[in-house]
Design a protein around this ligand. Structure first.
Ligand SMILES: CC(C)(COP(=O)(O)OP(=O)(O)OC[C@H]1O[C@@H](n2cnc3c(N)ncnc32)[C@H](O)[C@@H]1OP(=O)(O)O)[C@@H](O)C(=O)NCCC(=O)NCCS
Length: 169
C-alpha cells in the first residue's frame, strides 16, 4: 500500500533508509553514514507534514516498509514553488511497479500543493531510475560532471526536472 508517512513510521523509516543505503550505490549516503534516531526520524516526518510543499510517502508490503519518496519543498519564498525528489526501494521490491506508484502519489501531491517545478539528481548510470523519471515526464537539464565520489571514482549525475503548470514560463 502506498500512503503518506505518519509519526508512527519513525523507526521503520530510519531503518529502511539505512537498509537501502547499504543495498545500493545509487543513493547519496555511504552505508552507516546516515545517523538518524527514531526521535529524529519522527521530527523529520513532523517537519515534512507541517510544510505545505513537502511530504513523505511510503510503501508497505505485508506490513513492512519497503520504499519511500521524499518531496523536499524549498523554504525561502523564491523557491517555494519547487521541490526536490528522493526515492528509494529495497532491492527485493524493485521492478514491480512500486516506484511508479510512489511517483503517482508525488504527482497528486504536487498538484494539490500547487508546486510548479519538481527536480532531482540521478547517477548517470542509473538507467532504471532515469527510465522511470522519463516515463513520469521528467526531462534532462544537464550533466553534473564529477558531482559524486563513489568507491574512489568521480561519477557524473544528471539534473532532471518536471514542470507542473500549464502557464507559459
Ligand atoms: C529507481 C527505483 C525507484 C525505480 O522503482 P521500481 O519500482 O524499481 O520501478 P518500476 O517497477 O515502477 O518501473 C517503472 C519503470 O521503470 C523502468 N524500469 C524498471 N526496471 C528497469 C530496468 N531494470 N532497466 C531499465 N528500466 C527499468 C521501466 O520503464 C518501468 O516501467 P514498465 O514497468 O512499465 O516497463 C527503484 O528501482 C530503486 O529504488 N532503486 C534503488 C535506489 C535508486 O536507484 N533510487 C533512485 C536514486 S536517483
Amino acid at each position: 500500500m502506498i500512503r503518506r508517512a505518519t509519526l508512527m513510521d519513525g523507526k521503520a523509516l530510519s531503518d529502511l533508509m539505512r537498509r537501502i543505503d547499504r543495498e545500493t550505490k545509487y543513493m547519496l549516503y555511504e552505508p552507516e553514514e546516515r545517523s538518524m534516531s527514531t526521535e529524529q526520524a519522527e521530527a523529520f516526518i513532523e517537519r515534512f507534514g507541517q510544510a505545505a510543499n513537502s511530504d513523505i510517502f511510503v510503501v508497505d508490503v505485508d506490513e513492512q516498509l519497503v520504499g519511500y519518496v521524499l518531496v523536499v519543498g524549498g523554504k525561502p519564498s523564491r523557491i517555494r514553488h519547487r521541490a526536490n525528489l528522493v526515492i528509494g526501494l529495497l532491492d527485493a521490491y524493485t521492478g514491480r511497479g512500486l516506484g511508479a506508484g510512489l511517483l503517482e502519489a508525488v504527482d497528486a501531491f504536487a498538484v494539490e500543493a500547487g508546486l510548479v517545478r519538481m527536480e532531482l539528481t540521478v547517477r548517470k548510470d542509473n538507467l532504471r531510475a532515469i527510465e522511470l523519471y522519463h516515463k513520469f515526464g521528467f526531462n534532462i537539464e544537464g550533466t553534473r560532471i564529477a558531482s559524486l565520489f563513489i568507491d574512489g571514482e568521480y561519477v557524473d549525475e544528471l539534473a532532471m526536472s518536471k514542470i507542473f503548470t500549464t502557464e507559459e514560463i
